[in-house]
Design a protein around this ligand. Structure first.
Ligand code: HEC
Ligand code: HEC
Ligand code: HEC
Ligand code: HEC
Ligand code: HEC
Ligand code: HEC
Ligand code: HEC
Length: 404
């Protein structure tokens, strides 16, 4: 038995309100998937957190922009990843509008050169709609969701829940429905340090930038930082000779700011975007990404920001690692499935410390952890080996045996 895993499991059980009290030795839930029919829909977000600005009048680091992914799996001895004959629609039941909660729509024309209808994002998608088959999964890009729910439009809730409904396209019959986290946060606290009398924090940043770099950002507001500093997040090439945004921001602050942490700018002390299995195991940003100066210096040594990131395989074994040359979120494993459908988003690898992250797996397998119940897809436990060569002994023992 892997004792360290038990330790994680026990620790989780102690978090209030997370896993309902249950004896940790009997982890098997008799028929959690009784409600599943012929199909199961499972979804995930490609990033464990999306950061966006709240105010766009002066500067923009990132726009509202979330990507939502789903599989419609036809259950059986050989589960099928269905691409046709089904329609997947999405909505956010408690978060139905974005315009007004953030002022992005006022400034999108000057920042991105497009006039967008209210509540429609940069790829033309809104807060409700359908997911399209992209060749490997169903996806909708650029959903402009904000962390502000209708009932409390000034209170940040970074763990928004999307509802995806799977229907037979011809008959309209509902086949399955799921809810999962689409995370987004405005907790980019440049204001902790950038505040001076009579200036907004954003204006202060532009002023400092102009004074030191002979630019005139203040007379060209709002400013898209990535218009001069390349960013692979937005796909902007930047101005030749100017550092990438990641290198400029991390490298400069490593040399100039005291007591700065990753959560000074990334979300954040309240949001706690790092919340997955490795957070529970005690890892911090620096264990995987290196220090602030290393995030920058690795770029001068050839690392491509956003594209070259830490690897699961650098701590786990080769049997539990990404496909060569691919990011975790783009890698596939058992049955050709994306790792993320079973394990969740980066920084939110199941089990996580955020109760909402566990809802989907609790629904299908009765446990808020990574997908390990074969019957969710196979209906009965296969006799052959499954993910990573794992082989449960019998259907009754299917939970307990994972820990042997
Ligand atoms: C922990 C404090 C801290 C935080 C948080 C912080 N900064 Fe800074 N920043 C500084 C310091 C210190 C300087 C040096 C200039 C000064 O004396 O104010 C600076 C300078 C800058 C400059 C001017 C660069 C130059 O060439 O002089 C820019 C641009 C900037 N910060 C952007 C940002 C942005 C964007 C954020 C949020 C994503 C941010 N900062 C968050 C402390 C901070
Ligand atoms: C008009 C082009 C332009 C825009 C827009 C722009 N920058 Fe810059 N920035 C520069 C240039 C040029 C430099 C100096 C050369 C360099 O560092 O590559 C610079 C330098 C910096 C530095 C200091 C880097 C260092 O190592 O000294 C930081 C930090 C920075 N920019 C952040 C930002 C942020 C944040 C924004 C958005 C608010 C932004 N920049 C928008 C052109 C721009
Ligand atoms: C001063 C603000 C600031 C601090 C502090 C900061 N970041 Fe960032 N970080 C940013 C901004 C702004 C971006 C977006 C850059 C872009 O759009 O390309 C970013 C992007 C990133 C990225 C994606 C781009 C890349 O280089 O691969 C990583 C990874 C990252 N940060 C890690 C860290 C880690 C780890 C820490 C703490 C050691 C940290 N950051 C601290 C502002 C900050
Ligand atoms: C257990 C290792 C691990 C820890 C701890 C970790 N990261 Fe990451 N980070 C990754 C991996 C892996 C990726 C690449 C995700 C992918 O392949 O899709 C990544 C990617 C990123 C990115 C790029 C955007 C994205 O999601 O791909 C940012 C920004 C980032 N990390 C910031 C942070 C910050 C800030 C912290 C701490 C709060 C942190 N990371 C902690 C492993 C880690
Ligand atoms: C910095 C090292 C490190 C990296 C990188 C890393 N892990 Fe882990 N992981 C650990 C440690 C330590 C544990 C806890 C001990 C254990 O169970 O092996 C753990 C545990 C796990 C668990 C088991 C959790 C449980 O409750 O049984 C899963 C699943 C997992 N990691 C997935 C991933 C995935 C997916 C990635 C890449 C996105 C990744 N890890 C990247 C160190 C790492
Ligand atoms: C069909 C679901 C499924 C898929 C897809 C999947 N895994 Fe797993 N993963 C599991 C199960 C079940 C376990 C527990 C059994 C084991 O540890 O081998 C696991 C365990 C892990 C662990 C933790 C190992 C430890 O030491 O505790 C890591 C890391 C991991 N997987 C990474 C990946 C990566 C990377 C991919 C994609 C290349 C992937 N997984 C795809 C189901 C899956
Ligand atoms: C998320 C859905 C999913 C889960 C969970 C899952 N599988 Fe699979 N499995 C698939 C898919 C998809 C295939 C590929 C079917 C094909 O090749 O047509 C597959 C194929 C297989 C095959 C090969 C079947 C054949 O006839 O070639 C075996 C054996 C298998 N899985 C065992 C397992 C075991 C054991 C588990 C639990 C530990 C498991 N699977 C969990 C989706 C899943």
């Amino acid at each position: 038995m892997n004792w360290r895993r038990w330790q994680v499991f026990l620790l989780l059980g102690l978090l209030p309100g997370f896993i309902p009290a249950q004896p940790s030795t009997v982890a098997y839930n008799p028929s959690p998937q009784a409600a599943l029919g012929q199909y199961v829909v499972l979804g995930w977000n490609d990033l464990g957190m999306h950061c966006m600005n709240k105010n766009y009048a002066e500067l923009c680091i990132l726009p509202p922009f979330n990507n939502v992914w789903c599989y419609a799996i036809k259950r059986g001895a050989r589960p099928e990843i269905t691409s046709q004959g089904v329609t997947l629609s999405y909505r956010f039941p408690t978060n139905t509008y974005s315009a007004g909660k953030v002022d992005f729509w006022t400034y999108a024309p000057s920042l991105f050169g497009v006039t967008l209808p209210a509540n429609v994002g940069l790829t033309g998608h809104g807060l409700t709609g359908v997911l399209d088959w992209n060749g490997s999964a169903f996806e909708v890009t650029g959903v402009p969701i904000t962390p502000f729910e209708d009932a409390a439009p000034t209170v940040e809730q970074p763990y928004q829940l999307v509802e995806v409904t799977l229907k037979n396209t011809i008959t309209g019959a509902q086949l399955d429905q799921t809810n999962f986290v689409v995370p987004t946060s405005v907790e980019i606290h440049c204001d902790t340090c950038h505040h001076e009398d009579n200036e907004t924090p954003d204006y202060n940043i532009l002023k400092k930038h102009d004074e030191e770099n002979h630019t005139s950002l203040r007379s060209h507001r709002p400013v898209l930082c990535a218009s001069c500093h390349s960013s692979n997040a937005l796909g902007t090439p930047g101005v030749p000779g100017v550092k990438s945004l990641s290198q400029a921001v991390h490298g400069f602050h490593a040399g100039h700011a005291r007591n700065i942490t990753c959560y000074s700018c990334h979300p954040g002390n309240q949001t706690q975007c790092l919340r997955g299995a490795m957070f529970i195991a005690g890892k911090t940003c620096v264990d995987c990404h290196g220090s602030l100066s290393q995030v920058a210096s690795s770029i001068s040594q050839g690392r491509r920001p956003w594209l070259d990131e830490p690897k699961c395989g650098s701590c786990h074994d080769a049997n539990h690692s990404e496909n060569p040359g691919k990011l975790y979120r783009n890698s596939t494993g058992h049955g050709g499935l994306y790792c993320t459908v079973c394990h969740g988003s980066p920084h939110a690898e199941l089990p996580t410390a955020q109760a909402r992250d566990g809802l989907q797996m609790t629904r299908v397998q009765g446990q808020a952890t990574y997908l390990k119940d074969c019957t969710v897809c196979h209906i009965t436990v296969p006799t052959g080996a499954g993910p990573h060569g794992f082989k449960p002994v019998s259907s009754v023992e299917k939970w307990a045996t994972y820990y042997q």
